[in-house]
Write a protein that binds this ligand. Structure first.
Ligand code: SOE
Length: 389
């Protein structure tokens, strides 16, 4: 099998996670890393054992042996770097959000589809094996008609006013923070699982820390806990730490989502409950190997991830026997497995098995509707053709 060479752009929290997941798949070589300077890229590449280091991503794009580019930089760079990667003839796996605005994302969808290349967005939560099981349960009618969906995505890495990261600055991160950063995963997952589309949203945002203490040097995501308080300057904050969004789905189902980046003790917990006319299900990402199934007239169940107990679609995403828990790094591995199968088969296909740029656009459209709803304190319709260009 000829190995496919990947290049990673971005050496912060998620770039190395992409590299690690890729290395666990056969026939893929992580050949190059691009960072923010020659020095930083060389140091990171050496630490990760990646042979080539570039201080400018354009040099990685000019490297003819790189076929697939992973865009893992701060949000404001996703659009220009993805556009340049497509222009350089590469397949692209872009971190979420695909762009800063739905308008930019729409352009990338068009360019991506015209390119004939595989164009993926890293909505990795879909790839916890039990998510494929829930999706199959819903598709096959086991839950019945979906009445409602509730859930949360809670984190605590921005809990203190001394916690700081580029995600707090709208020019790098976008107009929404908590909703766009983690709510987007939840909404992507729920639409994917249920097949329902969110038609209208009504949102209420809160900023807990209107001022934060910004460190005098850059801090990688999740690395802020290591700094001492005297190294900070006070800056105003304009994006939400916390939000609740009511949801009206097409077909009549209702939902509610709460996101927070200031909930002590919740490290990175996506939770949902889906109520159907026959059964309910509940799942959380911090205990991803178990699924609660609720019944009215029989005992509830706790399904443990085990290849012999789950739907065939879920079995495809399982690499280890029951009891040998799989987690966050496995989700990226499974997502990349689908993308690289498409790359090996020549690129874009008519029914991609991974989240595409259209899914990236969909989340930006949802986030823009949510931001607007919070500003107007009103229900806002999500574009009818959401995700379409
Ligand atoms: C930071 O809040 C973050 O890294 C998100 O950007 C990710 O998508 C999520 O996986 C965990 O938290």
């Amino acid at each position: 099998m000829k190995s496919i060479k990947a290049g990673i752009v971005g050496a912060g929290f998620i770039g190395p996670a992409h590299a690690e997941a890729l290395r666990r798949l056969p026939g893929i070589e992580v050949a190059a890393l691009a960072g923010s300077s020659d020095q930083q890229a060389a140091a990171k590449a050496e630490a990760l054992g990646i042979p080539k280091a570039y201080g400018d991503y354009r040099r990685l794009l000019a490297d003819r042996e790189i076929e697939v580019v992973h865009v893992c930089t701060p949000n404001h760079l996703h659009y220009p770097q993805t556009k340049d990667a497509l222009a350089a003839g590469k397949h692209v796996v872009c971190e979420k959000p695909l762009a800063m605005t739905a308008g930019e994302a729409r352009e990338l969808v068009e360019l991506g589809e015209a390119s004939g290349k595989a164009c993926a967005v890293h909505f990795n939560i879909r790839y916890y094996p039990l998510m494929a099981h829930v999706r199959a349960m819903i598709r096959e009618g086991e839950l019945g008609r979906i009445y409602s969906v509730r859930g949360t995505y809670l984190q605590d890495w921005l809990f203190y006013d001394t916690d700081y990261n580029w995600r707090l600055e709208p020019q790098f991160s976008g107009e929404s923070r908590a909703v766009a950063d983690v709510g987007s995963h939840w909404m992507d997952l729920i639409e994917y699982l249920t097949g329902l589309r969110i038609g209208e949203v009504n949102a209420d945002f809160m900023i807990c820390h209107r001022e934060r203490k910004k460190p005098l040097k850059p801090v990688e995501t999740y690395a802020g806990k290591l700094l001492a308080p005297e190294d900070y300057a006070s800056v105003p904050i304009h994006t939400e730490d916390y939000a609740t969004v009511m949801l009206r789905f097409g077909g009549g189902a209702r939902g509610v989502l709460t996101v927070s980046q200031v909930t002590a003790g919740r490290k990175n917990r996506l939770y949902f409950e889906i109520d159907g006319s026959k059964k309910s299900v509940a799942w959380e990402s911090e205990l991803p190997n178990q699924l609660w199934v609720g019944r009215r007239d029989a005992a509830n169940e706790l399904l443990l991830r085990d290849p012999s107990l789950v739907h065939a679609d879920s079995r495809q995403l399982i690499s280890f026997p029951g009891g040998h828990n799989e987690g966050f790094p496995d989700t990226s591995k499974q997502l990349f497995k689908q993308v690289y199968a498409a790359v090996r088969a020549g690129g874009r296909d008519s029914d991609p098995k991974y989240p595409t740029f259209r899914d990236g656009l969909r989340e930006l459209e949802l986030c823009e509707a949510i931001v607007q709803s919070n500003k107007k304190s009103a229900w806002i319709q999500v574009p009818e053709q959401g995700g379409r260009v």
